[in-house]
Design a protein around this ligand. Structure first.
Ligand SMILES: Cc1cc2nc3c(=O)[nH]c(=O)nc-3n(C[C@H](O)[C@H](O)[C@H](O)COP(=O)(O)OP(=O)(O)OC[C@H]3O[C@@H](n4cnc5c(N)ncnc54)[C@H](O)[C@@H]3O)c2cc1C
Length: 174
């Protein structure tokens, strides 16, 4: 088979690269494993996460922010190409804490990172009643949570399925 690119692995990474190349008019073949094989792309939590990433590496933290910001356009484009809905929601995410110490420790780290990012690290700390007003079902063992505005999630199975469909739709071979 003649092809410009052979991509080994049909998880989200391989399929995303394949889709990008196909959109640029390249011929692509994706070589994947068995249907029953374990795939991180199938078993992950679907978090599109920013908080706590790159705590000691501000540039990496910025990449995570840029990547999360690019998700809406990516999800819309993929949804339009496949007629699917990836279930992307980016209305914030919680990091729950079971002790004041760990909460304070984490907030201190976030403040250091926030300063390095020029203040672009939008989060708030919710404790006690403030947290329970937002999340009434939360257990009493949780002393507080950090709500980071840039966090979100996507449906990982729909993402994988849509990418595979988009790749096939543009003539990608497998
Ligand atoms: C439990 C868990 C939870 C996670 N939660 C999140 C999360 O919330 N948010 C997040 O961003 N990330 C999360 N991740 C990480 C994320 O899932 C992975 O970074 C991502 O799925 C990696 O995609 P991939 O395509 O590189 O790998 P995979 O999905 O593992 O795909 C690799 C593919 O390569 C194929 N393959 C392997 N060897 C060969 C071979 N020799 N020949 C041909 N094909 C081969 C396999 O069959 C497979 O299809 C999580 C990971 C795990 C394990």
């Amino acid at each position: 088979m003649d092809t410009d690119y052979a991509i080994i692995g049909g998880g989200v990474v391989g399929l995303s690269i394949a889709w990008g190349l196909l959109k640029r008019g390249k011929h692509v073949v994706v070589l994947d494993g068995e249907d029953g094989g374990f795939r991180a792309s199938r078993g992950n939590f679907g978090l599109v996460w920013v908080q706590s990433k790159g705590l000691n590496q501000p540039r990496y933290a910025e990449w995570c922010q840029q990547s999360a910001a690019a998700w809406r356009g990516f999800a819309d484009e993929l949804g339009e190409a496949t007629g699917g809905n990836l279930g992307l929601e980016q209305d914030g995410g919680y990091d729950f804490h079971f002790s004041e110490e760990s909460l304070e420790e984490t907030v201190a780290k976030y403040e250091v990172l926030k300063a390095k990012l020029g203040g672009n690290y939008p989060y708030e700390v919710l404790r006690g009643n403030a947290l329970r007003r937002e999340e009434p079902e939360i257990g009493s063992a949780v002393v507080g949570a950090i709500l980071h505005e840039q966090d979100g999630h996507v449906n990982p199975l729909r993402l994988l399925q849509s990418l595979a469909q988009a790749v096939r739709g543009l003539g990608g071979a497998s």
